[in-house]
Design a protein around this ligand. Structure first.
Ligand code: DMJ
Length: 531
């Protein structure tokens, strides 16, 4: 039975007690917040002057890159969600609340861009987060806007940022009012659920339902309203209880009416990814006080090792592993760029839960993610790759034919197929940053620097940075997109990779899936005094 032992006997109480100083709102006092094993490598010894100079030069280069993107956005797209970095127009794909501004707030703070931060903060004051013209994505709104506001609030303590987070969190709550309590994927803040009559058109998505918890728990902690916690805890409980054919592997679609999974497609890439990431991060956030998250994470990772990790067949690279998918128990050799967050997640979990094998696998998966950059003409990794696993039974003639086609098309050897576009995604540099902080191995900084050089070379436009249509080709076009996560995540992780290692320490913060750092609970820390 893989059901939680904790659901009916929660490890929190609703009686104020000085023994339980950490709270998730006024009604939830966490009993057992502990100081978990440390995550970061013990960086001892003084940095040599030459090394410091190189590191600082690189750090400044990333900051300059950020400013280039930011200035292009402010010049051509201020107040809109995103700049279109080739045509210098804008788009409003996140309800026109200025997604790039809100998503960038904490990066501005971290990079010490104070004037820019103040201007962005004043903009936030003008946004009405209570109404929406269109249906909005509950997940994207939560990770980009709510996460951005909460993180920036914890850094700056500017009351308006918490006020706006509370306004937005409150406006989103009705989207959880399905029969099971799982959120609808999209919600109209003004009119409610428009497509209610055709629920079969939009079953719940695992990553969307399972990646709200950190933000709503933090909102409960900071606002005093435990309701936010209860809502997302219920989602976790529904996912925990729903029947799975393999313990720990959650299908990516779930019915909001019944709370049961639909179909049997399992992925650590699109539509699954950050659900798994949040299990370990929630556990870390509450200082281990809610064991359910650890148990669910361990169940998932144990099954991931067993069913989803395989060896690649890449020439001259014997050690590379990749993470595939399962579709109705059939292994699929497809790995998305999105899944390159896995090495970071695994290595954090390896430290906190003392699981050395997870770190070994993380290191190998990170090698594969880096290889996916190194092996293309542009030095940038593709959106999706189909590997040839070591269990694949292709014969030599078939292999030779594939390799000759790969050569002709610029596809890295060892792949069956590729989706060659690039959206300025962060996952690989995210994992490099985390592995650097965990192992102290400077090779991760070198890899990150190479990636940045490639991005700067291929993606830079006169106004900002753009994604690409084909990372395998010297004729790659720019796709005229700069998602807000480029400023929120990709550039932040690169900047932190070249920052002193105790700056935004992983032992103090947990990052939401959009790279917004949130303060962790520590034993004896008092929630409302943390801010
Ligand atoms: C971001 O919005 C988040 O990192 C999310 O978890 C996945 N997709 C993008 C980045 O690729």
């Amino acid at each position: 039975d893989n059901r939680s032992q904790n659901i009916d006997y929660p490890p929190w109480s609703n009686e104020p007690s000085s023994n339980f100083p950490n709270t998730l709102g006024k009604q939830v006092y966490l009993h057992n917040v502990t100081n978990l094993p440390t995550i970061q490598h013990k960086f001892t010894g003084r940095e040599k002057t030459k090394e410091r100079l190189i590191r600082e030069r690189r750090r400044n280069a990333i900051r300059k890159g950020f400013l280039h993107a930011w200035r292009g956005y402010t010049k051509y797209a201020w107040g809109h969600d995103e700049l279109l970095p080739v045509s210098n127009q804008s788009r409003d794909n996140f309800n026109g609340w200025g997604a790039t501004i809100v998503d960038s707030l904490d990066t501005l703070w971290i990079m010490n861009l104070t004037r820019e931060f103040d201007r962005a903060k004043e903009f936030v004051r003008t946004v009405d987060f209570t109404t929406s013209e269109n249906d909005i994505s509950v997940f994207e709104t939560t990770i980009r806007y709510l996460g951005g506001l909460l993180s920036a609030y914890e850094f700056s303590r500017e009351p308006i940022l918490l006020e706006k987070a509370l306004e937005l969190g409150t406006a989103l709550l009705p989207s959880f009012n399905s029969p099971s309590g799982l959120p609808y994927n999209t919600w109209n803040l003004t009119r409610g659920r428009i497509e209610k009559s055709v629920p079969q058109l939009s079953p719940g998505i695992l990553s969307q339902a399972g990646t709200l918890q950190l933000e709503f728990m933090k909102l409960a902690q900071l606002s005093g309203e435990s309701e936010f916690f209860y809502k997302v805890q219920n989602i976790t409980n529904v996912l925990d209880r729903a029947k799975k054919s393999i313990q720990g592997l959650y299908p990516i679609q779930i019915d909001q009416d019944t709370g049961e999974f639909i179909g049997n497609h399992v992925s650590f890439g699109a539509q699954g990814d950050s659900f798994y990431e949040y299990l370990i991060k929630e556990y870390i956030y509450v200082g281990g006080a809610i064991d359910q998250y650890r148990r669910m994470y361990v169940e998932s990772i144990d099954s991931m090792h067993e069913y989803l990790i395989e060896e690649c067949q890449v020439e001259d690279r014997s050690n590379l592993l990749f993470i595939g998918e399962l579709s109705y128990a059939e292994f699929s050799e497809n790995m998305h760029h999105l899944a390159c967050f896995v090495p970071g997640m695994l290595s954090i979990g390896a430290k906190v839960l003392n699981r050395p094998k997870d770190l070994e696998v993380a290191i190998k998966l990170a090698e594969t993610c880096y290889w996916s950059y190194e092996a293309t003409y542009t030095g940038i990794g593709a959106e999706s790759m189909w590997f040839i696993s070591s269990h694949n039974t292709l014969n030599k003639i078939e292999r030779d034919w594939i390799e000759s086609m790969n050569k002709k098309n610029g596809v890295p050897s060892g792949l069956l197929n590729i989706s060659p576009d690039y959206y300025l995604r962060p996952e690989t540099v995210e994992s490099l940053f985390i592995l650097y902080r965990i192992t102290g191995d400077k090779k991760y900084q070198e890899k990150g620097w190479k990636i940045w050089q490639a991005i700067n070379k291929w993606c830079k436009t006169p106004a900002a940075y753009s994604g690409l249509t084909d990372v395998t080709s010297k004729f790659s076009q720019k796709n005229n997109q700069m998602e807000s996560f480029f400023l929120a995540e990709t550039l932040k992780y690169l900047y932190l990779l070249f920052s002193p290692p105790d700056f935004i320490s992983l032992d103090k913060y947990v990052f939401n899936t959009e790279a917004h750092p949130l303060l962790r609970m520590l034993k004896n820390s008092v929630s409302h005094e943390q801010i």
